[in-house]
Design a protein around this ligand. Structure first.
Ligand code: 26Q
Length: 818
């Protein structure tokens, strides 16, 4: 377990010295935040040698490298994770103890690196952890947003967004690499010149910014491997020429400076929703151009034939957001290396691979031609040519079929369709769970699948057990290691050995006792942050994820309202006390999502202050749900709510984090829930709801009518009426009218109850009834909870990464000796 090279006394001295050098203070005068900084630098000191050694080894072996291109990396905190991965947790804890500090308090000083919205960004972070731990050469490439995901405050029940100034005290782990700064160009026009009997294209009158990389270490677990997350920042370029100080130049200089100032300002806080903002496209091209330029330069430092670029490099596109990489790589190959179109296209389509994360129509990126061509004139020319040739291919396959072209063209209806370009420009297209990939092949991307089935494949998502068990749940982690050894840390399939113990009553007690202690820890957090008392003996029923209608937090809270009605009718109702816990950020402009947060808080206010129900029901909305408090929440959950409308959640990854920590799933047959149930057995989960096939069918034939359900089910009717009769908002009875309308009124959206909440409500309530009954049988529950942990082996991102390597990237493992 422990790190042999780690010396506690040296480390202590390093911390003390850092406090002196950074703050001119002795250690006993230092604030916890100053100690955090000092400890982080001391840890970086240990990491840095491994980081250098890793890259020396990569160079020596001339390895193939994957570039994981992503607009988002939702890293969370680094310190605790890094200490764990250098396997020095115990020593660092002792060192700090001896200096008079508590490691947990010190870790708590670190702001989350929240450079992502939710699932897609956190997946990227888990993948980096797995790549380093498995010893694969990899770079994450992204943006150094100055403001990450906003902090959420709840005021009077409403979400208020507060800027996340995460860099204000500096980031001790980052290294600025100005030697790799590179220019990125926007706007202007393209001039065609003839040279050596060939057309050449020169961009002129453009504005440019300097892209400057900052590197963050990604520490593998106990293997001396340290990979790099490279995030690019923008800096004004120094072309301000005083000699030619005329009005035009001055204007341009100011504009360039503003461009550099705005590009990396802030992460767009939209999750699964496209907003066609010009600045967003600038962000995309900015980090892609810089990353691709650098990857090509690095390759050419050691090779002479750019035509073989793909032999040493793979670009994985995390959704369509980085798709401009296809055209940017083409541009560099054509304009800078003078390859022919055919040669350049061969290299590009052997380098790029695309991961799809959603089938939601409103998330598809389509850029207006006007905007795209104005901002990226040379890139647009290349996209036009890609499109022209792609259409010829379609015509060859389907002669005379105009409909196919309308459905598949990259440029159509005045728009550039990024998903179509990603598919055309990649050798691999993957979904993120089996069901999701099937839906892509049979429905959403059917035409593409029929034309090029060989590109399509599935890679079911995973999560890193190092952060979400070893770090987040130390009690359970130690207990598991005690029982079956520590192999599970780097090979989660080994966790199945726990199955031997699921019938052992002593083990059941120990397991549930750890769950209880984790619930006490969360109860304490809730008391400190919400001022609400919750009973750790109640069922902790948790739904934490971004707020979105398809995820159906609304169905959850409507069910709470329904339970409350039952309790009001019958205060002696026999039910196991339950604490419903929510955590969710709504995109800042997503009105209905924000109103849902207000509804949850309004219901919480009424229920939590009603003495007559004897504490049988509590509702808690955890403010500012993020990676760092997620770690506390998953460990404490009894019930995991995964209740999306079937077919809408591509995979989900929270579902896996709950399972790993021994929670039972209440869920629909959607995303990776399908595979979770396959692993743990349907009898150890609470599955309900309309199937994805039936949902898709009803979406097509418009046969669903929620009003019928409203008319025929008086419990549902009563709950819905409470949305508009002031029951939860006496001061403003109309407050929740929009939510009521969304469920029943076809005028408020093109279809009422778009996400089939009323359709699934009864089945959901039944599933929840089964939870209540099952929890009473302590032995049954303990066994089922242990089985969830024991059957979670498939859902390690280590497994996912091995599949990407085997089927897509074809990387070799590297060993690093110090
Ligand atoms: C697009 C354009 C403009 C602004 C923002 C966006 C944008 C940003 C983020 C679009 C989508 C996202 C995020 C999507 C996402 O998180 N998808 C989730 O990905 C997870 C990892 O594969 C899956 O588990 C989830 O099911 C899926 O919803």
């Amino acid at each position: 377990m422990a790190n042999k090279g780690f010396d506690k006394e040296t480390f202590k001295k390093s911390v003390v010295d850092n406090v002196k050098n950074l703050y001119r203070r002795t250690i006993d005068e230092a604030t916890p935040n100053q100690v955090f900084q000092a400890v982080a630098y001391a840890v970086k000191d240990v990491i840095i040698d491994e980081w250098i050694a890793t890259h020396k080894e990569y160079e020596k072996k001339d390895v193939k490298t994957v570039y994981y291109l992503s607009m988002e990396f939702l890293m969370g905190r680094a310190l605790g994770n890094n200490i764990i991965n250098i396997r020095a947790r115990q020593e660092v804890r002792e060192a700090l103890d001896e200096l008079g500090f508590d490691l947990n308090v010190i870790e708590d000083q670190e702001p989350d690196a929240a450079l992502g919205n939710g699932g897609l960004g956190r997946l990227a972070a888990c993948f980096l952890d797995s790549l380093a731990t498995l010893g694969y050469p990899a770079y994450g490439c992204g943006i150094r947003y100055h403001y990450g995901m906003f902090k959420q405050k709840i005021e009077n029940g409403y979400q208020v967004e507060v800027p996340d100034n995460w860099l204000k005290d500096g980031n001790p782990f980052e290294v600025r690499r100005s030697e790799y700064a590179t220019e990125v160009r926007f706007g202007g026009y393209v001039r065609t010149v003839w040279e050596n009997g060939r057309e050449h294209f020169v961009q002129e009158g453009y504005q440019s910014v300097m892209a400057v990389p900052y590197d963050l270490p990604i520490v593998g677990y106990g293997n001396n491997v340290v990979n790099t997350l490279r995030i690019w920042d923008a800096q004004p370029i120094n072309t301000f020429n005083l000699d030619s100080f005329d009005k035009g130049d001055y204007q341009k200089a100011v504009e360039q400076e503003n461009l550099a100032k705005t590009i990396c300002d802030v992460l767009y806080p939209n999750d699964n929703h496209y907003a066609g903002k010009e600045l967003r496209l600038k962000q995309q091209y900015f980090f892609i151009s810089a990353s691709v330029q650098r990857a090509v330069s690095k390759y050419m430092e050691k090779h002479d034939d750019i035509r073989k670029f793909y032999e040493k490099n793979a670009f994985q596109l995390n959704d369509t957001h980085p798709t401009v990489a296809v055209a940017e790589l083409m541009r560099i190959l054509l304009d800078d290396y003078n390859l022919t179109w055919e040669e350049a296209w061969d290299v590009t389509t052997k380098t790029c691979a695309y991961t799809n994360h959603t089938i939601m129509a409103e998330a598809l990126e389509k850029w207006p031609i006007e905007l795209f061509s104005r901002l990226l004139p040379r890139i647009y020319q290349i996209v036009e040519e890609i499109n022209r040739r792609f259409i010829i291919e379609i015509q060859q396959k389907y002669p005379g079929n105009q409909e196919k072209i309308a459905k598949m063209a990259i440029i159509y209806d005045g728009q550039v369709k990024m998903a179509h370009m990603a598919i055309a420009g990649s050798f691999s297209v993957n979904g993120v769970a089996r069901l999701h990939t099937e839906i892509l092949e049979k429905q959403e991307l059917k035409d593409f699948y029929e034309m090029m089935p060989q590109k399509f494949n599935n890679k079911t998502n995973g999560i890193t057990q190092r952060r979400f068990l070893l770090h987040a749940n130390p009690l359970l982690a130690d207990w598991i290691t005690d029982k079956i050894g520590d192999e599970w840390i780097t090979d989660l399939s080994a966790i199945s050995k726990l199955k031997l113990y699921v019938d052992d009553e002593k083990c059941q007690h120990e397991f549930m006792n750890i769950k209880y202690q984790n619930k006490v820890r969360l109860a304490k957090y809730i008391k400190e942050h919400n001022g609400i008392d919750v009973d750790p003996r109640s069922i902790f029923d948790v739904q934490v994820k971004r707020l979105h209608e398809y995820k159906r937090q609304l169905m959850n809270i409507l069910h709470v309202m329904y339970l409350y009605n039952q309790l009001k009718d019958n205060p002696n109702l026999d039910m196991v006390p339950r604490t419903f816990i929510f955590g969710a950020k709504a995109a800042a402009g997503y009105k209905r999502a924000k109103l849902t947060i207000k509804l949850i808080n309004s219901v919480a206010d009424v229920i939590n202050n009603d003495k007559s129900i004897n504490g049988k029901l509590k509702v808690v909305f955890i403010e500012d749900y993020r990676v760092s408090n997620a770690e506390i929440i998953f460990a404490a959950a009894d019930v995991s709510e995964q209740i999306s409308t079937a077919s809408k959640e591509a995979s989900g990854t929270g579902n896996m984090k709950f399972m790993l920590n021994g929670a039972l799933t209440v869920g629909t047959m959607d995303g990776a829930n399908v595979e979770i149930v396959e692993e743990v057995g349907a009898e150890n989960a609470f599955i309900f709801g309309t199937s994805s096939d039936d949902i898709i069918r009803m979406e097509h034939d418009h046969s669903y009518d929620p009003m019928q359900i409203f008319n025929n089910d008086q419990d549902i009717r009563r709950v819905l009426m409470q949305l508009i009769n002031g029951y939860y908002a006496p001061y403003d009875p109309e407050l929740f009218r929009d939510i009521y309308n969304s469920l029943l009124n076809t005028l408020s959206s093109d279809r009422a109850d778009t996400y089939f909440i009323l359709k699934d409500f009864r089945m959901y309530a039944d599933a929840q009834k089964r939870v209540d009954e099952a929890y009473r049988d302590e032995q049954w529950w303990a066994k089922a909870a242990m089985l969830n942990t024991a059957c979670s082996g498939k859902f390690s991102s280590d497994r996912t990464i091995e599949e990407y390597v085997r089927d897509i990237w074809h990387l070799d493992k590297v060993k690093v000796e110090l």
